[in-house]
Design a protein around this ligand. Structure first.
Ligand code: MTE
Ligand code: MOS
Length: 762
């Protein structure tokens, strides 16, 4: 067993404790970035002037009238920039554009003594536009050959030959919508500049170091002039991995021009219309099966809807390509990917980071082809699982493949899938207008950033003379419980009770050059860095103790007087990773996280309305660092996935006319989020046992994103319930999201195969 994963007895990691801020969250005392505004003197408020066109040239801008509004202090435009007019990680995002690229894009910002003054001022800014044609769908972009960024291909073997030899070949298309993050706390920044010109930005960002870099770039100063702090976020879900940067830059620019604190906090509609979402994807595919239902070949082209700029689209596409296989072995395979450039918000990271979109393609294929092959979906999925050591399409050997089958068998047993499937058949035979179905789907998700360099982290640990401990690390807290786990890691490494350890807010002047808290690897990376720092201190203390077994406070006290340093910087980098983006091959992941879900739904044949009767999950978190936190992540991830696949329906106005390109779903009133009524009525979550992960911090596994994809089980159950309205063996095509309306039309199509003897094929 590696030293990193070894866990002492009675350790604080593994204890079931509440989230470190749970009491603050539920009493409303937890401070978020914008809560600092009323505590800061003389704050100016910012309001954007948003484009009413999806695509247009800005031919003139008249700001004078804004200054006539009482309380307006300053209008920020491109002319005010001391640095570079660019806030994009790929340098394709002017902060103040001369060509607007999506409806709602900010062209300039107005600063006021109050938010109301800023808003009124913004209404007085006159912008002249020359409208240009806009591409609004992936299909528009494909037809126009409007693509951006790299177009990689992962391939192995001879796809054409294997398809030619396959006993059964099917082809089709799969399309899926994006998703709004709907973090409860919208994008927020508060910037101040001190007398020495040092810029301090409080930002709701998953990536303080990058926010720091972008602010420095825009202001034309060095990184050491800028400090970014993130107290905590009211949710990020990937939406604040890069997209917080621009708002921090606007606040910092305003602060440096006015010498007053400037606050940017989007309201919900601004956040909806200005920030990126999960990428919608389109896939065209050909798949071959042998007579036993083994997938023998897959050829697919994925096209993601990137929106107006690159943002993280290339990395999201890479992860999508690396996850098309999910838990299944595909001997001959070619997966090609490309990114559409459309006139919409720039789509970005969202829990799973393209993985869900890639996996949905093959799950959709299996769900549609099972009836065509005459094999039940359960059996079709299970027989295609990886065997230990088989390689993914990008060449990484699949380690612990048996965990997928172990979790699968456990779910089949504990959820009584066989017995309940029979009961469902009886129920369906007796009910003409209500159908039930039970589906089981697996998850295999790669952990580590695809891009190897990002897999490093730092930490700073201080032990004070009284024995109390203060830790800092590069990760950010967004509700996922990272800080809780880090406190447990520090307490365990130092061998002190949890009450001795406190954690300070994430700041770029404490730990530099950090990676985003993303890819679910926050605990893996920062936990190992904290452990490293603690061990340096512990090694020194062991020397001071010299076998006397002193109490913690005593040895710390003695160490100080012996002039032994009581603080340390920790560092960690994940070993054994390799990735060649040019040929799309390597071992990009440290390990895979596995899970299996069984979902039972009931669908109403008159309306398409459905409910989720029961869900059983077995998920692999390794040896859990914090079981209650992990449970919350599994449940929350699953429900967020169900929202994406069944409820949340982003709509843009695609009609020709004045509102072309406008996002029509701009609030919770028109954008349905999962709520209590959509929770499974009976929800049973278990963690895979004996799941120690050698080589990861205290034997644990990442948990933030993988459970989202357990929601495929609900989508597949809905498909099967629709099929139950039709002739036996009907293959159902289900749109994504499978809203009640979409489910209604799918079951209606299935139902017609009974009355009209239409063919059952896809
Ligand atoms: N859980 C909560 N409550 N809020 C969030 O914003 N983000 C998710 C996941 N779980 C998120 C969450 C995403 S997208 C990621 S990548 C991980 O948490 C990031 O945190 P971790 O690396 O510490 O797991
Ligand atoms: Mo998560 S999408 O990697 O922030």
């Amino acid at each position: 067993m590696s030293e990193l994963s070894q866990r002492p007895e009675n350790s604080v990691v593994g204890e079931t404790i509440p989230h470190e801020s749970a009491a603050l969250h539920v009493t409303g005392r937890a401070l978020y970035t914008d809560d600092l505004t009323p505590r800061t003197k003389g704050v100016l408020h910012a309001w954007p002037v948003q484009s009413p066109h999806a695509h247009a040239r800005v031919t003139a801008m008249h700001t004078d009238a804004a200054y006539d509004v009482p309380g307006v202090v300053r209008v920020l435009t491109a002319a005010d920039l001391p640095g570079v007019n660019d806030s994009g990680v790929k340098h394709d995002e002017p902060l103040f554009p001369s060509e607007v690229m999506h409806h709602g894009q900010a062209v300039c910002w107005v600063l006021g003594e109050s938010l109301e003054a800023a808003r009124r001022g913004a209404a007085q800014v006159e912008v002249d536009y020359e409208p240009l044609p806009a591409l609004l769908t992936i299909h528009d972009a494909i037809d126009a050959e409007s693509f951006q960024g790299a177009r990689p291909t992962a391939q192995r073997g001879d796809v054409e030959g294997a398809l030619a030899r396959a006993a059964h070949v099917f082809e089709g298309e799969t399309e899926m919508a994006g998703q709004e993050h709907f973090y409860l706390e919208t994008q927020a920044s508060l910037a101040e500049v001190d007398d020495a010109g040092h810029v301090f930005v409080q930002s709701s960002t998953q990536h303080p170091s990058e926010t720091q870099e972008v602010v420095a770039h825009v202001l034309g100063v060095a990184s050491h002039q800028v400090t970014v702090q993130c107290l905590r976020m009211g949710g990020g879900f990937g939406g604040k991995e890069v997209q917080a940067n621009g708002y921090a830059a606007v606040a910092a620019l305003g602060a440096s021009l006015t010498a007053r604190p400037v606050r940017v906090r989007l309201n919900r509609t601004q956040d909806f219309t200005m920030t990126g979402k999960r990428h919608g994807f389109h896939a065209s595919w050909r798949v071959g099966f042998d007579d036993d239902g083994h997938v023998v070949a897959l050829d697919t082209t994925l096209t993601s809807d990137g929106g107006w700029s690159l943002d993280l689209s290339e990395a999201v596409l890479a992860r999508a390509i690396c996850h098309v296989d999910n838990a299944y072995w595909i001997p001959d395979v070619r997966i090609h990917g490309r990114i559409a450039k459309t006139h919409k918000t720039s789509q970005t990271a969202f829990r799973g980071f393209g993985g869900p979109q890639g996996m949905l393609v093959l799950e959709d294929i299996l769900g549609r082809c099972a009836p065509l092959l005459g094999i039940d979906p359960l059996g079709l999925r299970r027989r295609n699982f990886y065997a230990e050591g088989q390689e993914t399409p990008y060449g990484q050997p699949v380690r612990h493949a048996d965990r997928a089958s172990t979790a699968w068998d456990q779910v089949l047993t504990t959820a009584e899938v066989a017995r309940r499937s029979q009961e469902i058949a009886v129920f369906n035979a007796a009910h003409e207008h209500t159908k039930r179905a039970l589906a089981v789907t697996p998850v295999k998700f790669g952990i580590s950033f695809n891009f190897t360099a990002l897999n490093q982290a730092g930490a700073l640990v201080h032990v004070y003379k009284d024995g109390s401990v203060l830790i800092n690390h590069g990760g950010t807290e967004m509700g996922q419980g990272l800080h809780t786990k880090m406190l447990q890691v520090a307490a365990t490494s130092l061998g002190v009770p949890l009450s001795k350890v406190r954690l300070a807010p994430t700041r770029t002047d404490k730990v530099p050059n950090t990676s985003a808290t993303a890819a679910s690897s926050g605990a893996d990376l920062n936990g190992a860095a904290i452990k490293n720092a603690c061990e340096q201190i512990l090694t020194r203390l062991v020397e001071v103790d010299a076998g006397r077994n002193l109490a913690w406070e005593e040895v710390v006290h003695e160490a100080y007087f012996a002039r032994v340093p009581l603080f340390a910087a920790g560092y960690y980098r994940t070993e054994g990773l390799s990735w060649d983006a040019a040929v799309f091959r390597g071992t990009p992941f440290k390990y895979f996280a596995y899970g299996v879900a069984a979902a039972e739904v009931e669908v109403d044949g008159f309306t398409g309305a459905y409910r989720t009767r029961r869900v059983d999950i077995v998920h692999d978190v390794g040896d859990s660092l914090s079981p209650l936190v992990d449970l919350g992540q599994i449940e929350g991830g699953f429900v967020q996935g169900v929202g994406w696949l069944t409820l949340e329906d982003l709509r843009w106005d695609t009609t020709e006319g004045d509102h072309r390109g406008r996002l029509t779903t701009q609030a919770a009133s028109t954008y349905k989020l999962p709520s209590f009524s959509e929770m499974p009525e009976d929800f049973r979550v278990a963690m895979l046992e004996q799941a120690h992960e050698d080589g990861a911090v205290y034997g644990s596994k990442a948990v933030g994103e993988p459970p989202l994809m357990l929601a495929f089980s609900v989508r597949e159950a809905l498909r099967q319930a629709c099929a139950a309205f039709g002739r036996p063996g009907v293959s159902v095509e289900l749109p994504s999201p499978a809203t009640p309306e979409a489910v209604y039309w799918a079951l209606e199509t299935a139902r017609r195969t009974v009355s009209t003897r239409e063919p059952a094929g896809a």
